[in-house]
Ligand binder design. Structure first.
Ligand code: SF4
Length: 419
């Protein structure tokens, strides 16, 4: 939910025919990780640990197990790792051969649990964090329902069959896509049972689950809320930090683009994505790491002018270099602005692979004409000269790069604190 789209990794596991584990809390995430390594060694497949937004964005204490040494390294058979068609076909057959074993692992996994109710006709199938939201609310039901907690994929078929036999009405509570619900309904639906979940509209298809949405799906009245006057708590969208170098780059860029009716700024993933929001409103796209450069190239080739990419130093070294190689080889009429804050700021200040002069060398190595690799310092006092440099490179009818280098202000502060 905090990515570009609402991704659902269980489909990857299904597609790849591998085993997946879904924890409901951090303790389970820890324990499942250990189990995942064992299963991976046993079946020679990757195991997918499904983490959802709320779990990834929260913390809790975890009780450690015994420390284990890493397994000894061993070389694989080259025929298993060189996927020429003949090897790939053999490996796929081997993958199909273990599918029933994976189902058996799911049926016997201690992470799945089933509690049958002697009194209620309601059965709840829930997975991961959805289980917590169910637990938060079920004590308010008149009768305790049957609950199947699913933590493994392939789905534990035997446990699902037991729950279906015991319940008349099934509520499915799962984060993300209605993965379990779709499988349970199948193409033809389930006869003589009421199935409720995201597909029936009892739970929302968009956004995260919450204890409140699950409570409503259980037919319980909302809990009393503390009403807060709206004006007391104004919404505060995220912003660039005061003094951020990106701000000054965007101000200069906007100035340089004045008067071009078709100017399009393709941007990327990083703090500078916040340049999309007012008051800057300086970028037109942000899709995925490195997309700024390839989209600017595509835009330029489709006739857009000026076509500008804005990408950070670390995103550039991660996945902006190959599209720049491509653009420079064809000398596409576009300008790449590398907003170089000398650190991986958005994820907490990890070191960057290239900054300043090294970025210029990389761009030259990728084929950009050295005289069209310009370096500027984004400061308010340099606004005029910076916008002039950017405009000159926009007017150059080929591939140009402007590297705008000033250290992230948070890193400067951290260093000052340490001194
Ligand atoms: S963390 Fe650094 S780069 Fe990110 S917005 Fe703040 S000053 Fe700018």
């Amino acid at each position: 939910h905090s990515s570009q789209n609402e991704q659902e990794r269980r489909y990857y596991a299904l597609f790849a025919r591998i085993f997946s584990l879904e924890p409901r809390n951090h303790q389970e995430a820890y324990e499942m990780t250990r189990v995942a390594f064992d299963l991976s060694e046993k079946y020679h497949i990757p195991i997918l640990l499904r983490l959802v937004t709320r779990l990834s964005h929260s913390r809790s204490e975890v009780v450690y197990g015994d420390k284990r040494d890493p397994n000894p390294l061993r070389r694989g058979d080259w025929q298993d790792w060189t996927l020429l068609p003949a090897n790939a076909r053999r490996r796929f057959a081997a993958l199909l051969d273990i599918q029933q074993d994976l189902v058996r692992e799911a049926n016997s996994s201690p992470f799945n649990s089933l509690t049958l109710s002697p009194t209620s006709s309601l059965g709840i199938i829930t997975s991961g964090i959805g289980y917590n939201y169910v637990q938060e609310n079920i004590n308010d039901l008149d009768q305790p329902p049957s609950i199947l907690k699913i933590s493994t994929y392939p789905l534990p078929l035997e446990l699902i069959q037991q729950l279906m036999s015991a319940a008349q009405e099934i509520l499915i509570v799962e984060e993300g896509y209605p993965f379990i619900e779709e499988r349970l309904r199948g193409l033809l639906g389930v006869q003589d049972k009421i199935i409720r979940g995201k597909l029936s509209g009892d739970l929302p298809l968009t956004g995260e689950l919450t204890p409140d949405t699950v409570r409503a799906a259980l037919g319980l009245a909302p809990l009393p809320r503390l009403e807060i006057e709206e004006k007391l708590l104004a919404s505060r969208p995220p912003q660039l930090c005061p003094g951020c170098p990106h701000y000054d780059t965007f101000v200069a860029l906007k100035e340089a683009l004045k008067g071009y009716s078709q100017a399009t700024v393709f941007s990327d993933i990083g703090c500078y994505t916040l340049g999309a929001l007012p008051p800057l409103s300086a970028i037109d796209t942000c899709v995925c790491m490195g997309a700024s450069v390839s989209m600017a190239k595509g835009g330029a080739e489709a006739g857009l002018f000026p076509s500008v990419a804005v990408i950070g130093d670390s995103t550039f070294t991660h996945s902006g270099m190959t599209p720049l190689l491509d653009a420079a080889a064809a000398n596409v009429n576009m300008t790449v602005v590398i907003v170089d804050n000398a650190v991986v700021a958005m994820t907490g200040g990890q070191p960057t692979y290239a900054t300043g002069e090294r970025l210029a060398q990389i761009c030259a190595g990728l084929g950009v004409a050295p005289e069209h690799i310009r370096q500027i310092i984004p400061l308010p006092k340099n606004k005029e000269v910076n916008s002039r440099v950017i405009k000159e490179e926009i007017e150059y009818p080929g591939t140009s790069v402007v590297i705008s280098t000033r250290e992230c202000i948070q890193e400067v502060k951290k260093r000052a604190k340490r001194r």
